[in-house]
Each structure stands twice: as structure tokens, then as C-alpha cells.
Design a protein around this ligand. Structure first.
Ligand code: SF4
Length: 349
């Protein structure tokens, strides 16, 4: 029997694994990949069938007060061409998305103080008034519990906040002083307590990340039980100190997607744009490894080139309608099907 195979089957049967178990599987991933993907897809089918949910991504500002070392739009990058969408522009993106069948909108931005808590609450209310049946997801970084509560009351349903590393030393190597691992985790806990469906996550292959770190990540997810998990390969950006670092691989990312699906059977799990960036078939491979969400871009085409957290991002020139047509075809080949309902998280059995 392959090393790690026993752990893989125990995981698929719903047993909680420890760090050593995850590590053994990660180390022998080459030999376990196919089996892990097939077990993960069987588990996904149990909860969601072959339905793949789409979320309309609106990147509303690329200003950011932070300086994460890996990020192309960090506040300290003088080469980033900055933009903000107005409230009207954001609402018109959601109107166009609604017509295309989107029932979830993800408002993503750098931590831009221009959007005060009240301003963002007004935008959330505006979206909910126009499209009462949609889900609104925010992805706007670290804020006070009070601000999160205000947005929740305004109608926000979900919040994505990648924690990036559960290892405080590794976290500190990716972020400048002043950004704290502790505060990131405080935010995640607050969001959960406030009733958001919460998304955590990390980059795969970020500089300095070890296989042991990845095993820890899986243990953290096992215990924290987020409703969504966003992982994508690290992709370097030319204006960062990590410009020359190698990108993460689609092999490791898709294997981790399978392990996450098996650890949290009903999790909402995107096959990310970063995965499609490092591998032309990355998103299809992600779906075949157990993912069940795609997040096409609904931002106006004239700002898409400016929201570059990493280099060579795909789909920056396509109109949303064309993106959907392309994704539908790609997903059909995997045997799954894109659907347009809200795709809420389903509680595990
Ligand atoms: S990763 Fe997010 S918080 Fe960090 S600098 Fe980039 S946009 Fe800002």
C-alpha cells in the first residue's frame, strides 16, 4: 500500500486526521493524486451533485493601505495604476451580472479607507434593494468587529478573508510589521460569530512555505470549519520583493483542493483564476479535483488590467458574457454544469 493511502481512505470516511497524517499524504502526493481526486469528487457529488456555482467578482478598488510583500497593488507600489468604482458603477455591474444569471456578487477590494464602513454599508443595501434574492460576499480585508456587524446588518451574507499562513513566523515573512497574524484570526472569528458564511484560505507555494506548514493549514481548516476555502497558487508580481520566486504549481494546488474537500465535505471551494493563470487547464483540473465554485470577473473591462495582485492574470480583456460562455464550455468537458442559483453552503450530515 502507498504511503498515505490509508490516511486518505480514513479521511474520505470522515475521520479527523492529525498533522502527521496530512504530512504523509502531502509527501506522497504524486502517487495519491488520482485517488484523492476521485474520492473528493464523489464527496462533492454527495452534497452538490455536479453543479458548479458561479460568483460575479467586482474588484471595486485597487487602493490599499497595506503592504503585503507579495502583492502587486500594495500601497507602497508606485507603479500601480489606481482606480475606484463609484457606487453607481458597482450597482450597474451587479445589474449586468443579474441579467447574465449571477445570484452572488463578490465585492473585492484592497483595504481602501475611502470606502468608510457607512459607505460600504450603503452599497450593500443598494445591491440588496435591487436584487433581494442575491447573496452579497465582501472581500475587503481586516476591519473592526463593529464594521463587520454593520455590513452584516446591511445585508452582507458572506465574507472572504484569506489568512495566508497559520504559521505566525511564515505569516510575518509575507507581511510587514504592523500586520498581525493574531488580528487576522480575530477577524475570522468575529465574522463567524456575526453569522457570515466565512471563507479562509492561503496561497500554495508562497515563499518560505514548507510541507509542514501545509499540513498545519489543513489542521487549521479542519478545526475552524470555514464555509468556503480559497486557495490558489502563489504567482509572483514584478514589482515585489518576491518577483523572482517560482510560482506555486497546479499539481500541489489541486491535490490540496482534494484534501480540503475530503476534510470539509460540504465546503464551497473555488477553482481560482490564479490556478487558471499558471496552467491553461487549471480551473478544469481544480473542478476535477473536487472544487465547485468559479468566480468570473464582472468588473468593467477598462479597470481589469489594473487589479493585478500577480502577473499575467487571465481573463482581463473579456466581457463578462464571453467569460461565461467560455467557462460553460470548459466545465461541460469536465462532466459538470454551471448553475446560477445562490449556491449557499450546505450543512454537513
Ligand atoms: S494582499 Fe490585499 S491587503 Fe495585502 S496589499 Fe494586497 S490588496 Fe492590500
Amino acid at each position: 500500500m502507498e504511503h498515505g493511502s490509508e490516511q486518505l481512505h480514513r479521511l474520505a470516511e470522515g475521520e479527523a486526521l492529525d498533522r502527521a497524517g496530512y504530512l504523509e499524504m502531502i509527501r506522497n502526493r504524486e502517487n495519491l493524486r488520482e485517488e484523492a481526486a476521485s474520492l473528493a469528487c464523489a464527496v462533492r457529488r454527495r452534497f452538490y451533485g455536479d453543479r458548479i456555482y458561479i460568483r460575479g467578482l467586482i474588484e471595486f478598488t485597487n487602493y490599499c493601505r497595506n503592504n503585503c510583500y507579495y502583492c502587486g497593488i500594495r500601497g507602497g507600489n508606485p507603479h500601480a495604476d489606481r482606480y475606484r468604482l463609484t457606487e453607481e458603477e458597482i450597482l450597474s455591474c451587479t445589474d449586468a451580472g443579474w441579467e447574465l444569471g449571477f445570484r452572488t456578487f463578490v465585492l473585492q477590494g484592497g483595504e481602501d479607507p475611502f470606502y468608510t464602513a457607512e459607505k460600504l454599508a450603503t452599497i450593500v443595501r443598494g445591491i440588496k434593494e435591487r436584487h433581494p434574492d442575491c447573496a452579497v460576499t465582501l472581500s475587503f480585508g481586516e476591519h473592526s468587529r463593529q464594521d463587520y456587524a454593520l455590513w452584516r446588518e446591511a445585508g452582507a451574507d458572506r465574507y472572504l478573508l484569506r489568512h495566508e499562513s497559520i504559521n505566525p513566523v511564515h505569516y510575518a515573512s509575507l507581511h510587514p510589521e504592523g500586520m498581525s497574524h493574531e488580528n487576522r484570526l480575530r477577524c475570522l472569528r468575529d465574522l463567524k460569530e456575526l453569522g457570515y458564511q466565512v471563507g479562509a484560505g492561503f496561497m500554495v507555494g508562497s515563499p518560505g512555505q514548507t510541507e509542514e506548514d501545509l499540513a498545519e493549514e489543513l489542521c487549521f481548516l479542519r478545526d475552524f470549519r470555514p464555509e468556503m476555502v480559497g486557495i490558489g497558487p502563489f504567482v509572483p508580481h514584478k514589482d515585489t520583493v518576491y518577483a523572482e520566486e517560482p510560482a506555486g504549481t497546479s499539481e500541489l494546488t489541486t491535490f490540496l483542493l482534494s484534501l480540503i474537500r475530503l476534510t470539509l465535505p460540504s465546503v464551497l471551494l473555488p477553482a481560482t483564476t490564479a490556478l487558471g493563470t499558471i496552467d491553461p487547464e487549471g480551473r478544469e483540473k481544480g473542478i476535477l479535483a473536487g472544487a465547485n465554485v468559479l468566480m468570473p470577473n464582472l468588473s468593467p473591462v477598462n479597470v481589469r488590467e489594473k487589479y493585478l495582485l500577480y502577473d499575467h492574470k487571465i481573463c482581463t480583456g473579456e466581457e463578462a458574457a464571453r467569460c461565461i460562455a467560455c467557462l460553460k464550455e470548459r466545465i461541460r468537458i469536465t462532466g459538470c454544469e454551471i448553475v446560477t442559483d445562490r449556491g449557499d453552503h450546505r450543512a454537513s450530515e
